[in-house]
Design a protein around this ligand. Structure first.
Ligand SMILES: NC(=O)c1ccc[n+]([C@@H]2O[C@H](COP(=O)([O-])OP(=O)(O)OC[C@H]3O[C@@H](n4cnc5c(N)ncnc54)[C@H](OP(=O)(O)O)[C@@H]3O)[C@@H](O)[C@H]2O)c1
Length: 443
């Protein structure tokens, strides 16, 4: 029998993930050849700076000056895009590779969240693979789970902790009682947060991942624009103390759920019960949970980033191609993907945590309760913090005109009703500053 031809890779991007992939291929080349029945070879590489000092040995590997040139070169079978960005060289080279009939493996969630359906259609037209395990929660093999293992299920909800930087910051705030700004500065000094952390802490990064998870779980076109985003900047030590007393943890939770009004997809700081498996996912770890009607609750946790975990996912995509496994990128043929019908957040239903700074005046609490009742919101608990608060913005308790923290937990209610009640409570003049509102997710 004739031995199979080697699978020839063109790797564009030699940064964290690209270097990790080259190390993996060097360390495991023999095992991979046995598992695939053929060798996997690096036939070309490309990055911005040719003379940059890199931790990996590139001697003898052909260098290409642009990703687009590498993408279409006859010497490669698979174009591995590890550059990043949702436009420019990443998009142009991936499109060129697919048009030229090359398989594509990418770790680029931003690119897929924005151009996934068009790229999937191109891949289909050329009869090639478009694999992106590393783009969804780094080292966690959730794409394969949704694209293959759970295909016999109807999935009702997919959720997770999808951004390591935010999870690290929230974990430190919870454990040390420190304010957001201080922990962010510490995370930046340690290299866990970027100099501009916006993308991580305001929810966009998790939103990109969630749009891909929703597409895979529900067979819809990825739609980042349909994801509601709320970041973690407004969470205070007072919220962590209250959450702890009430039996909750605060996580930047990403949730996509089917509702009567469409798919509700949101990334927001969320209170989850301390008893839930996700409550123990701390630090830079990620976690994805899927609820299938037959499989039940499946939870995968692990490193959502880093050179080696991400390279592990890229390698699994390459090995699939080497073995001749082909799947539609998003479960269904591109033409059959439904558009994502978006449920509005005002129709969200659930419990809520509310923290108000209430002026110490007779009748203030009763007036607040009345506004809630007018919107048919019932309260599970109301706790007025009488101890001397250490928080800035709260005056000494018990004196007229001073403000006292009041924490309320609502029963299940609609978000628009709650927002109307809070607007009226602020207008009535009983509270200082803006109310804090955090959704509670039943897990
Ligand atoms: N880092 C992670 O843990 C992780 C996890 C999951 C997914 N991802 C995704 O993986 C992708 C790569 O991330 P990364 O962390 O490895 O990024 P990175 O360390 O910044 O590396 C980016 C690489 O792309 C090269 N590059 C940039 N612009 C280029 C251009 N115009 N032409 C050619 N090469 C260019 C850079 O070249 P130079 O080296 O010469 O500057 C560098 O080698 C991104 O899509 C990211 O979202 C990363």
């Amino acid at each position: 029998m004739k031995p199979h031809k080697p699978l020839r890779l063109g790797i564009a991007g030699l940064g964290t993930v690209g270097s990790g992939l080259l190390s993996l291929l060097a360390e495991h080349s023999d095992a991979i050849a046995v598992r695939c029945g053929r060798t996997v070879e690096v036939a070309g590489v490309c990055a911005r700076w040719r003379n940059k000092n890199r931790a990996v040995d590139l001697s003898g590997v052909p260098w290409f000056d642009t990703p687009a040139a590498l993408a279409v070169d006859p010497a490669i079978d698979v174009f591995v895009e590890l550059i990043g960005g949702d436009s420019g060289p990443a998009l142009e080279s991936v499109e060129a590779a697919l048009r030229a009939g090359k398989h594509v493996v990418t770790a680029n969630k931003a690119l897929l969240a924005r151009h996934g359906p068009e790229l999937a259609a191109l891949a289909e037209k050329s009869g090639v693979a478009l694999n992106f395990e590393a783009a969804v929660a780094g080292g966690i093999p959730i794409v394969k789970a949704l694209r293959e293992s759970l295909l016999g299920n109807s999935i009702s909800r997919v959720y997770g902790i999808l951004n390591g930087t935010s999870n690290y910051i929230l974990t430190r705030m919870q454990r040390e009682g420190l304010p957001f700004g201080e922990v962010l500065a510490e995370a930046q000094a340690l290299g866990y947060a970027e100099a501009d952390p916006t993308f991580d802490i305001d929810g966009q990064d998790a939103g990109h991942t969630l749009s891909l998870l929703a597409a895979l779980a529900f067979g819809v076109r990825p739609n980042f624009g349909a994801v509601y985003l709320e970041g973690i900047r407004g969470i205070t030590p007072a919220d962590f103390r209250a959450a702890d007393e009430l039996g909750y943890r605060i996580k930047l939770l990403a949730v996509a759920v089917r509702t009567g009004g469409g798919i509700e997809a949101r990334v927001s700081p969320t209170m989850i019960p301390k008893s839930s498996a996700l409550a123990g996912v701390d630090g830079v770890l990620n976690c994805v949970a899927v609820e299938g009607d037959f499989a039940g609750l499946i939870i995968l946790a692990g490193p959502g980033a880093g050179a080696r975990p991400t390279a592990s996912s890229v390698a699994s995509d390459i090995i699939d191609i080497a073995r001749g496994h082909m799947r539609p990128p998003f479960i269904l043929p591109a033409a059959k993907l439904e558009s994502h019908s978006r449920a509005q957040m005002r129709t969200h239903e659930g419990g809520y945590y509310i923290r108000l700074s209430v002026y110490d005046r007779p009748g203030a609490i009763a007036a607040i309760a009345t506004r809630m009742a007018e919107q048919r919101i019932s309260l599970e608990s109301v706790v007025q913090k009488r101890e001397a608060p250490s928080l800035p913005g709260f005056g000494r308790p018990g004196q007229d005109g001073d403000a006292t923290p009041v924490v309320m937990i609502t029963h299940r209610t609609r978000e628009d009703a709650l927002r109307s009640a809070l607007d009226l409570i602020v207008m009535d003049g009983h509270v200082q500053g803006s109310p804090q509102m955090i959704r509670i997710e039943a897990l």
